[in-house]
Write a protein that binds this ligand. Sequence first.
Ligand code: SF4
Ligand code: SF4
Length: 103
Amino acid sequence: MSERSGPSGEPTTTASKPGKKKIPGVISIDGERCKGCGYCVAFCPLGVLAMAVRFNSKGYHYPEVIDAEKCSGCDLCGMYCPDFAIHGSRDNRSGKSEESETE
Ligand code: SF4
Ligand code: SF4
């Protein structure tokens, strides 16, 4: 009885569009620059990061990647980091860029 249906009665689906390939994100972390504020972990929208149990040489916990597959490369972590210790980017090496090529 709880089955969902669209406006015309047909079942709805949340499947992704075929042919739209996800570009993986790449995260680089310089643990020695980190001051352990945790902003990157708090603001990552996809739960990719967590604070490590280990300390850097200054005695701060630094972030580590716990679910790399989820990263979109949005770089919110990098934008919030006050110490430029983390950076996210999109890995375009796996294929063509999202935009169609010009020329
Ligand atoms: S690039 Fe975006 S998705 Fe990846 S770890 Fe940083 S905030 Fe999270
Ligand atoms: S935002 Fe920067 S300084 Fe703060 S925990 Fe993350 S990497 Fe470290």
